[in-house]
Design a protein around this ligand. Structure first.
Ligand SMILES: NC(=O)c1ccc[n+]([C@@H]2O[C@H](COP(=O)([O-])OP(=O)(O)OC[C@H]3O[C@@H](n4cnc5c(N)ncnc54)[C@H](OP(=O)(O)O)[C@@H]3O)[C@@H](O)[C@H]2O)c1
Length: 295
């Protein structure tokens, strides 16, 4: 993992510096694709043309890391994140890293945990819908909303490690895990990134972030804006935002980026206005006073 800051003042994802994922280098400000097909999970469809425009603008603004999943789709299945990404951006810019996740399977009662056997189907679905021969980064996503403490991921991670050996996957990551899961997986194959539920108003999984920081593993918090929840917009955040002429959402992203050189921001939006705002968060340098206010 390396970290560097750019020195210009233009709104660009490179303003937030870079991290490495194995042999890949990406800007620390990226883009989460879950909100493109629907504003949430399995909700009503959003306009596909706007989704494609958001993706193209993200790349214009220097985004070279998009986080997706084959199961990010509207409830009726008519709009899918991976399809939008391929339609908007294929042939992909050479530096674009598309990260995806496998593990959950969608059933009639919503998402459920898949088995090791389901993982190959999911990897093949991602390869097909993204139009790729190899996936840059595949996270094994386990559990439901909290890490499933005490549950072994070995069988599933070994299945993904085998697909990496086959050449279908370049790098492996983990999502929704604790430090024991991270250690268990790393004994099987290298882990270049972790994606856990973490944001300015939810900091309880800090042990995983600390482990990632210590070992140079990228940490990409999911719900970096609290999933759009308003309760992260408290007075302290508003005070810091006013000092920078920024929005509270921008402060939430700047806070994540300031937390550790390994954090990546993957804010999700289906809005061109919010996209511009989120990328501009990379221009904010929080002061020690700001950090203390947000502590
Ligand atoms: N591993 C996992 O289990 C997991 C779970 C959830 C998400 N993820 C990944 O993490 C990414 C980020 O999470 P997320 O998209 O769920 O949540 P998020 O980034 O925390 O918040 C997205 C929500 O905030 C709104 N928003 C975005 N930018 C804003 C701004 N500048 N001002 C005000 N509101 C703004 C969006 O609405 P608009 O679209 O209208 O802007 C949307 O409702 C996802 O896209 C996905 O790639 C992973």
């Amino acid at each position: 993992m390396t970290f560097q800051n750019e020195s210009t003042n233009e709104r660009n994802a490179s303003q937030a510096g870079t991290v490495t994922l194995g042999d890949l280098t990406i800007n620390r400000l990226g883009f989460g694709a879950m909100r493109l097909p629907t504003n949430g999970f399995q909700g009503p469809p959003r306009d596909a043309e706007i989704g494609r425009a958001v993706l193209r603008r993200a790349v214009e603004l220097g985004v070279n890391h998009i986080d997706t999943a084959a199961f990010y789709q509207s409830r009726d299945g008519s709009v899918r994140a991976n399809t939008l990404i391929r339609e908007a951006l294929y042939p992909y810019p050479p530096d674009l890293v598309i990260a995806t996740k496998v593990g959950p399977v969608l059933g009639p009662n919503g998402p459920a945990q898949g088995t090791a056997a389901d993982l190959r189907v999911a990897v093949e679905d991602n390869l097909k819908t993204l139009g790729l021969e190899r996936l840059d980064l595949v996270y094994l996503r386990i559990g439901m909303m909290e890490p499933p403490h005490g549950e072994s991921l070995a069988e599933r991670f070994e299945a993904l490690a085998a697909m990496r050996e086959e050449g279908l996957i370049r790098h492996l990551g983990l999502s929704n895990v604790d430090t024991a899961h991270l250690a268990e997986a790393r004994a099987i194959a290298p882990v270049v990134a972790v994606q856990n539920h973490f944001h300015i108003a939810k900091r309880d999984e800090v042990a995983v972030l600390d482990a990632c920081t210590a070992d140079g593993i990228a940490f990409a918090p999911f719900f970096p804006l609290g999933g759009g929840r308003s309760d992260i917009n408290d007075n302290r955040q508003a005070r810091v935002a006013a000092r920078h002429g920024a929005t509270v959402s921008q402060v939430a992203l700047a806070w994540l980026l300031a937390l550790s050189p390994v954090t990546l921001a993957i804010p999700g939006t289906g809005s061109l206005v919010h996209l511009e705002e989120n990328i501009a968060a990379g221009l904010i340098t929080l002061t020690p006073e700001d950090i203390a206010d947000l502590a």
